[in-house]
Design a protein around this ligand. Structure first.
Ligand SMILES: [Zn+2]
Length: 168
């Protein structure tokens, strides 16, 4: 049975499609595996590759996006025309869903950053107000000090004048 030869693959990752996995036509050694892309540009996109395929281009060269793999199977007569159409339709639906999920994610991120910005603005405003209050308080303190000094001085002056007049 085909799935038995790749029991480790199927237990590691649950399959998302019903696309048949063929024996790799390039190397003829391993069965093709269904994988999910994890790069930023293609997050969640399904692709099919030979387990011997290496990222750098070395190893087996068999590698297709979902749609390309379906078309490949159809070209080689491995699936019937109506099966091909059904699978392509499913792949299309998945791509549309993936697209809307990305847009939703984008919107969420934007909303979050906007809320954060508003909060930041409010913080700044509050801080400014507190700063103003502190400035006014400090000015008042200086005024009071001046008044106190002025008061003491004028009282002293008055006492001096009084004393001078008294002892004259
Ligand atoms: Zn291969």
């Amino acid at each position: 049975m085909a799935s038995a030869s790749c029991s480790s693959c199927s237990s590691r990752r649950r399959r998302r499609t019903s696309i048949p996995l063929i024996l790799c036509p390039s190397c003829g050694v391993k069965q093709i595996v269904e994988l999910t892309a994890n790069t930023e540009a293609n997050q969640g996109r399904i692709f099919f590759a030979c387990p011997s395929h290496e990222k750098g281009g070395s190893g087996c060269d068999f590698w297709y996006w979902e749609e390309g793999y379906i078309k490949y199977l159809n070209r080689k007569g491995l699936i019937e025309q109506n099966t091909c159409a059904k699978l392509l339709n499913e792949a299309n639906q998945r791509e549309i869903q993936r697209g809307t999920e990305e847009i939703k994610l984008d919107a969420d991120v934007k909303k979050k950053s906007m809320v954060q910005e508003i909060r930041k603005d409010a913080d700044v405003e509050e801080f400014k107000q507190a700063d103003d209050m502190l400035l006014i308080l400090r000015e008042m303190m200086v005024m009071m000090k001046l008044m106190l000094v002025g008061g003491v001085c004028s009282v002293g002056l008055l006492v001096c004048c009084f004393l001078v007049l008294w002892f004259k």
